[in-house]
Design a protein around this ligand. Structure first.
Ligand SMILES: *[C@@H]1O[C@H](CO)[C@@H](O)[C@H](O)[C@H]1NC(C)=O
Ligand SMILES: *[C@@H]1O[C@H](CO)[C@@H](O)[C@H](O)[C@H]1NC(C)=O
Ligand SMILES: *[C@@H]1O[C@H](CO)[C@@H](O)[C@H](O)[C@H]1NC(C)=O
Ligand SMILES: *[C@@H]1O[C@H](CO)[C@@H](O)[C@H](O)[C@H]1NC(C)=O
Ligand SMILES: *[C@@H]1O[C@H](CO)[C@@H](O)[C@H](O)[C@H]1NC(C)=O
Length: 506
């Protein structure tokens, strides 16, 4: 009797549950699902210097942008300046080799004035006249000028805003107490040899590099010429049915985003929706750059390589607001196909817990305005279980998992031959994609891939085979795929070039 009653209760519960599920998603009316064959419009509304280097050409003092890593070797100690312990204490001049602790990241205030940030994220300043890296807040740190011997020399002095030059007095004492300097001799403790160890060329760098007077004009020109109506015509005529458009969080603060960002990318996105509608192309909006950066890369508009997204409630909420703004604006467009909540959050800096929380909130924000749009959840970068988003995705109807497949960026690809690369696609990528593509799980999307590899001297036919293998395998993703990217000075990374030159045919 008892067990029978329990069974009845169980069925009743199941019935109520099904009813609730069908009720809450009953009004979902998702876009019909043709497999997406898309191209990314990378480097358009979120700057990436390697895609279009000329965008940076006219920046004054363009070697010194935000996030540039600089290293200084004293000509007297013949050793590198170093934030002892990575930061939190004094700066020393006793390291023979330069690596993380010996690298200072620039914050550019204007073309000649900078702050220095050390490995543990403190800013360089003075304690009396002794150089230290203790302050956690930029505004409490010192500002510096890097004075070069000549434009093409790596001999520099570092002048503090109080007018004094730094000197490596001894290996363990760096001070700011020299007011007069002459010449550039090898026995002068104010002279250092500069090495630039890394550069960033993202949206923060380009806008802050040009500064508030020039950046608006430069960006406007870029946005209105890099992608134009004819590109949508080309896309529609060449077997593609969608575009994935990377955008940055500042797009939602139109027309006056916080500096250094400049307004205008929203107008460009409006144009994309008009052109997409005209040529029957679908749009996947992709939040590529979230506030405070979700991965520290230039493509998420990090200022100096730091990754701070998800560490506060504020930046998560701000990101939900951006998603809500964008969905509300375009929900009525027949071209809005999907909204990707954030691109490539990096593990372990972005935890699964924070990300899942954000994905739920971002999903709800989309659904407040659209019952049609798919909601794309990007897998984290890093070594993660590929199905880690399944638990959160399972309660979100119309959700899609985005995986990015590049035969690059990992040493395992360094020495692969043409055939090994192709075998890797056919065997390993197939099994990776099969693993995340399940009959009752989320849809799957290979949101970024490219027919480029580490092979040197490959022939056109090699590239054709490599591209074909990927098209065949990624064509089995249940949501579809998107090539990275439409335009790029590096030919193989430009789908336009690959199509026009017969490397790829769809
Ligand atoms: C840069 O900023 C410093 C400090 O505010 C100022 O003294 C200097 O004139 C500025 N330089 C330029 C080129 O604007
Ligand atoms: C800077 O932050 C670190 C880590 O949160 C903390 O331990 C340190 O006390 C802070 N330093 C200052 C000067 O506030
Ligand atoms: C550099 O100087 C600091 C401070 O005296 C000391 O703790 C550290 O061990 C020294 N490192 C080397 C490589 O000499
Ligand atoms: C690739 O080949 C080079 C040269 O033979 C070798 O030094 C390197 O270790 C190899 N890399 C990998 C990941 O096998
Ligand atoms: C690719 O898959 C094959 C077959 O499962 C496996 O033997 C091989 O180790 C994998 N290759 C790499 C580079 O992971």
């Amino acid at each position: 009797m008892g067990s029978h009653a329990n069974q009845k209760l169980w069925f009743l519960n199941l019935f109520v549950l099904c009813y609730l599920v069908s009720f809450s998603y009953g009004r979902l009316n998702l876009n019909p699902l043709p497999r997406v064959k898309a191209v990314n419009l990378g480097g358009w509304l979120v700057t990436e210097g390697w895609i279009k280097p000329s965008l940076f050409d006219a920046i004054p003092n363009k070697d010194f942008l935000d996030g540039t890593g600089v290293q200084f070797k004293s000509v007297t100690t013949k050793k590198n300046l170093c934030a002892e312990s990575g930061g939190g204490t004094i700066i020393v001049a006793n390291r023979t080799a330069a690596s993380g602790w010996e690298t200072f990241k620039l914050w550019r205030l204007n073309q000649s004035t900078f702050r220095f940030r050390v490995f543990n994220k403190q800013f360089v300043g003075l304690d009396g006249n002794i150089l230290v890296a203790i302050s956690n807040t930029s505004s409490a740190s010192s500002t510096f000028e890097i004075v070069k011997q000549s434009d093409d020399s790596n001999r520099v002095r570092i002048k503090v805003s109080n007018g004094y030059y730094l000197q490596a007095k001894t290996e363990v004492l760096v001070t700011a107490d020299v007011s007069k300097v002459t010449g550039w001799a090898d026995d002068d403790p104010t002279v250092f040899l500069l090495t630039i160890s890394g550069r960033m060329q993202g949206e923060f760098q380009v806008t802050n590099g040009y500064g508030p007077l020039k950046a608006p004009g430069v960006m406007e020109e870029h946005w209105s010429t890099f992608i134009v109506e004819d590109d949508f015509k080309f896309i529609a005529q060449n077997g593609l049915n969608a575009v994935r458009i990377p955008v940055g969080w500042w797009i939602a603060s139109h027309p006056s985003p916080p500096p250094p960002y400049v307004g205008g990318s929203l107008k460009a996105l409006d144009n994309a929706f008009l052109w997409a509608q005209k040529y029957g192309v679908k749009i996947i909006i992709d939040l590529h750059a979230a506030p405070d950066s979700q991965n520290g890369f230039e493509h998420s508009s990090s200022r100096d390589g730091s990754q701070e997204w998800g560490k506060t409630e504020e930046n998560i909420q701000q990101t939900v607001d951006v998603i809500e703004f964008l969905t509300a604006r375009y929900a009525k467009s027949p071209s809005l196909y999907a909204v990707e909540l954030i691109n490539e959050p990096l593990s372990p800096g972005v935890t699964l817990e924070r990300l899942s929380k954000y994905y739920k909130a971002g999903y709800e924000a989309v659904r407040r305005h659209s019952s049609k749009a798919y909601v794309v959840l990007s897998n984290r970068l890093g070594s993660i279980p590929p199905r880690e988003l399944f638990p959160v995705a399972s309660s979100l109807m119309g959700s899609v998992i985005d995986v990015h497949y590049y035969n690059l960026f990992q040493s395992m690809f360094d020495n692969m031959t043409v055939q090994e690369n192709i075998d890797y696609i056919n065997t390993n990528r197939t099994s990776q994609l099969n693993y995340v593509t399940t009959s009752n799980g989320p849809l799957t999307f290979v949101g970024e891939w490219v027919a480029e590899w580490q092979v040197q001297g490959a022939t056109k036919e090699d590239y054709q085979r490599f591209a074909k293998a990927q098209l065949d395998v990624y064509g089995r993703a249940s949501f579809g795929w998107a090539y990275w990217t439409l335009k790029n000075v590096n030919n193989h990374w430009s789908l336009e070039w690959m199509i026009k030159n017969g490397y790829i045919k769809l």
